[in-house]
Ligand binder design. Structure first.
Ligand SMILES: [Fe+2]
Length: 309
């Protein structure tokens, strides 16, 4: 089955560099109905589900995002009448979703002229949002093709080549950081608007700034994500930079000192070897996030805002 329809000239010029739209054939697939997504939500660990009100401004401060006091399953069941925003994370843990995701990412990369070793760490995120819901301004630390499955989605992407919109410090990786980033009205002059309908898809390269609004009915979409070897390397450096900043040692951006970058990658891998086996348990994951990055690193686990969080 061909899932990805991508213009080869566009892909050659823009893949992994600039946002561009393409087509997919997964709209109407049985894995993406609301009842199937309720079942998926029930099967995921609670820390792989994040949701809040969809009635937020593009520049909302993380601490001002209104929470919803309902179970994840009930949020999906009432998505047509509520105003909610939800993401089901790491859905590749479910075999059926993993199979579709891996085939899609492979197909897209090969169609764009990439080789099998060029994509790894394939992860899927399904977004279920009510009508007129907003995903505030943010960046994601992976390569992504967002596929639209139900309803309309309006995605604004921004060029960040000069770091005027998102400084390097905001690109450092740390679980204590909320995804939402500061946004100013003038950014809009740098936006490119992509209007997505079911069957449309949007390639968003690594850390391209964006914000998203749904149309007049509920929306289902999925981020098909992967990492290139270079993205894996950059993320290790940015994770170490974010962690060292938390302990009072701010660092230079990747690329300034190749020797320091290499040392950070080695240190990252050594720490990961120790921590990774412990992260299999949700309780230990929650404990580790709080111990290393502070209590706010678990912000999305509480249905209601915590005092001072
Ligand atoms: Fe995103």
């Amino acid at each position: 089955m061909t899932m990805v329809h991508i213009d080869s000239a566009t892909a050659k010029a823009k893949f992994l560099k600039e946002a561009f739209t393409l087509k997919h054939s997964l709209a109407g697939h049985p894995l993406f109905t609301l009842p199937r997504l309720v079942e998926l939500a029930k099967s995921l660990p609670r820390d792989r589900i994040e949701y809040n009100s969809g009635k937020v401004a593009v520049d909302v401060k993380p601490e001002d995002v209104p929470r919803i006091d309902k179970s994840p399953e009930d949020v999906i069941r009432s998505i047509e009448v509520d105003n909610a925003w939800m993401v089901l994370k790491r859905v590749e843990s479910h075999p059926a979703y993993r199979s579709v995701l891996e085939s899609f990412v492979r197909e897209a990369n090969l169609a764009a002229g990439r080789q099998p070793g060029d994509f790894e760490d394939i992860q899927g995120f399904i977004f279920v949002s009510s009508a007129n819901a907003t995903t505030p301004f943010h960046i994601d630390a992976e390569e992504n093709i967002l596929i639209q499955l139900h309803g309309d989605k309006f995605v604004r992407t921004f060029d960040n080549g000069d770091r005027a919109l998102v400084p390097e410090e905001e690109m450092e990786l740390s679980p204590s950081k909320h995804r939402n980033m500061p946004y100013e009205d003038w950014y809009e002059s740098r936006a490119t608007l992509h209007a997505l309908k079911p069957g449309d898809a949007l390639h968003m390269p690594y850390m391209i700034p964006h914000w998203v609004a749904t149309g007049n009915s509920y929306s289902i979409s999925m981020a098909m994500t992967w990492k290139t070897p270079e993205v894996v390397r950059l993320n290790k450096i940015r994770t170490m930079n974010g962690t060292l900043r938390r302990f009072g040692m701010p660092q230079r951006p990747p690329g300034v000192s190749p020797a320091r970058d290499a040392a950070k990658v080695i240190l990252h891998d050594a720490l990961r070897t120790v921590i990774e086996p412990l992260r299999k348990s949700e309780r230990v994951r929650t404990f580790l996030r709080a111990a290393i990055y502070g209590k706010q690193a678990n912000y999305y686990l509480s249905a209601k805002p915590e005092q001072g969080a």
